[in-house]
Write a protein that binds this ligand. Structure first.
Ligand code: TCH
Length: 324
């Protein structure tokens, strides 16, 4: 499972939890402007916007899981098995494979109007990276400033949904998650009041009782509701440190401890990494399952006109600041 979030404070932040039971040796990866991006059917972008995000590199190609470009447009792919359908090549469309999708959008778009324009011509087609690296059954969240979209390629075509919540999880389809919020309208961060009867001496015996009923489980639909709930509370972080800190607390509310979600035969899905990007400054913050200290990589500190991929291996080892 995974959860992605976009979050507006006095800045605009985007990130995700990546929940899986194995790793593809992903690294924080910078694709500079002159790294040639070759696409299977839509040609080549010799120069493009620079991109920072989490990716695994295969045969010299950056396969992004989530990323942000130098203009702040951000995107993440989340598992959508059984629902994602990628169709055969279609003449007259921009045929883009799912593994190219993040690069195609972030390489060329500097705002949501440009994203929408590209999306209107796109056809996510069924071209795998290779025989050994099959298509990933994903759906996608794309965000820029106040706007957020979800893109789902399903049996009857490409669906583009407005995402006023700024959250995406896994199955089922996005419209189900949105509708499910109806069930939790009463959940609040405030102290509840007794609406039963004045004759009943009801009173909250603990803080947090307004959020009774908020689903606490790790299912995709419950993570969607929980992330949406934590996001919209009456707290407005100010500045970089408060915003980044709060962002990770939103992700922590839906993260997966080892042992709680069995995949198969004693293997458990867990939150491999959590990320938060300051999309305006191009700073990619992350923490990993074992290392909850934050590490940051800054796009703007690199030579963005280069033609070489840059990769930063994840700092996975727990760092403890010992006081004595
Ligand atoms: C599995 C990952 C999403 C995590 C997630 O949603 N987990 C929930 C699992 S579930 O719902 O509970 O089953 C996705 C996100 C990005 C994906 C990767 C990226 O798309 C890049 C390439 C794409 C290639 O086609 C496949 C390998 C791959 C390297 C993908 C492997 C895998 O599908 C990743 C890592």
């Amino acid at each position: 499972m995974c959860t992605a979030v976009n979050y507006k404070t006095d800045g605009f932040y985007f990130g995700r939890n990546l929940d899986l039971h194995y790793s593809y040796d992903e690294k924080v990866t910078i694709t500079p402007r002159n790294f040639p991006l070759k696409f299977r059917s839509v040609g080549e972008l010799k120069n493009h916007y620079a991109i920072i995000g989490m990716a695994t590199e295969m045969e010299g190609y950056p396969l992004y899981y989530d990323a942000t470009n130098e203009k702040g447009v951000s995107m993440a792919g989340l598992n959508f098995p059984g629902n994602a359908v990628f169709h055969p090549f279609e003449e007259g469309k921009d045929n883009v494979s799912p593994f190219e999708f993040i690069l195609w959008i972030l390489g060329q778009c500097q705002n949501m109007a440009e994203v929408r324009k590209l999306l209107s011509k796109i056809h996510l087609y069924d071209e795998p990276f290779s025989k050994d690296v099959p298509l990933a059954p994903l759906h996608y969240m794309i965000a820029y400033k106040d706007e957020s979209l979800v893109v789902e390629s399903v049996a009857d075509g490409l669906k583009i949904h407005e995402n006023p919540v700024g959250v995406l999880a896994n199955n089922p389809e996005f419209t189900y998650h949105l509708h499910r919020l109806n069930d939790f309208m009463q959940v609040t961060g405030k102290t509840p009041v007794n609406l039963f009867s004045e004759k009943l001496p009801l009173k909250p015996y603990s803080l947090g009782m307004g959020s009774m009923g908020l689903p606490g489980d790790l299912s995709s639909s419950s993570r969607f509701v929980r992330a949406a709930f934590v996001k919209v509370q009456d707290y407005e972080p100010k500045g970089e440190e408060e915003s980044v800190s709060q962002f990770f607390h939103i992700l922590d509310a839906v993260s997966q401890p080892k042992g709680c979600t069995e995949v198969e035969g004693g293997h458990f899905e867990y939150t491999i990494y959590s990320s938060c990007v300051n999309t305006e400054k191009g700073i990619y913050y992350y923490k990993t399952y074992d290392n909850s200290s934050l590490t940051a990589v800054s796009l703007q500190k690199e030579n963005l006109d280069s033609d070489k991929l840059l990769q930063y291996p994840l700092r996975k080892k727990l760092v403890v600041e010992r006081e004595n």
